[in-house]
Design a protein. Structure first.
Length: 205
């Protein structure tokens, strides 16, 4: 009743099972510049084997009438050849943020996923896949948060303000403290169970 591992299970794919393309990563790589085309090869591996080898080509107001991302290659044993249209949203203080228009829902999204067995990318909602963190225990979710904070902190510019760096570091420390507390709780629970089992054994003998 409400214990770990209990409840209804779902067999649908999670984001951890899918290939992911994040628009913010493409922007950091310089692939979303006005009046430019950019090309990048991307390979995904799992357990030491290549599961996808794709070519990403972005066209931002260059040859195509609308900004788009063309994805070609092979993934999960299938041929991939799809086009996803892009949309820019101006920011209040200058610059813009890029979104993809999901081919299945028509809505804007910041990331595209490709589940195993499919041949075109769409949003998480478009493919109705679950987020991997939804099936994780609190300790695993904390480790995921720690990893994300570490990656973000390492990617900061050398001109990043000190309060921003300290805020990310504090977030890491907070999650590490939570992990240690959870591990202590598990250890105490195991100790109590062992003690109770030992007491029952002594009573029986």
């Amino acid at each position: 009743m409400g214990g770990y591992g209990s409840g209804r299970r779902s067999n649908r794919w999670t984001t951890d099972d899918c290939l992911n393309i994040n628009l913010s990563n493409l922007k950091q790589l310089g692939m979303l510049q006005r009046h430019c085309m950019a090309r990048r090869e991307q390979v995904w591996s799992q357990y030491g084997e290549t599961i996808a080898d794709l070519t990403l080509v972005t066209d931002v107001h260059c040859l195509e009438p609308s900004p788009c991302l063309r994805i070609t290659g092979r993934a999960f044993g299938n041929v991939i050849n799809c086009v996803v249209y892009l949309e820019e949203h101006p920011l209040p203080y200058g610059g813009e943020r890029w979104f993809a228009l999901c081919p299945r829902t028509g809505r804007r999204c910041a990331a595209l996923v490709l589940p195993p067995g499919q041949t075109h990318f769409a949003s998480v909602k478009g493919w109705n896949v679950a987020y991997g963190s939804q099936r994780e225990c609190p300790i695993h979710r904390s480790h995921r948060a720690i990893y994300k904070a570490q990656v973000r902190r390492k990617a900061l510019s050398k001109y990043t303000r000190k309060p921003t760096r300290e805020r990310l570091l504090d977030r890491e420390i907070e999650r590490w403290v939570f992990v240690e507390d959870e591990i202590d709780k598990i250890a105490q629970m195991v100790f109590r169970c062992d003690a109770a089992a030992g007491a029952r054994f002594r009573d029986q003998t």
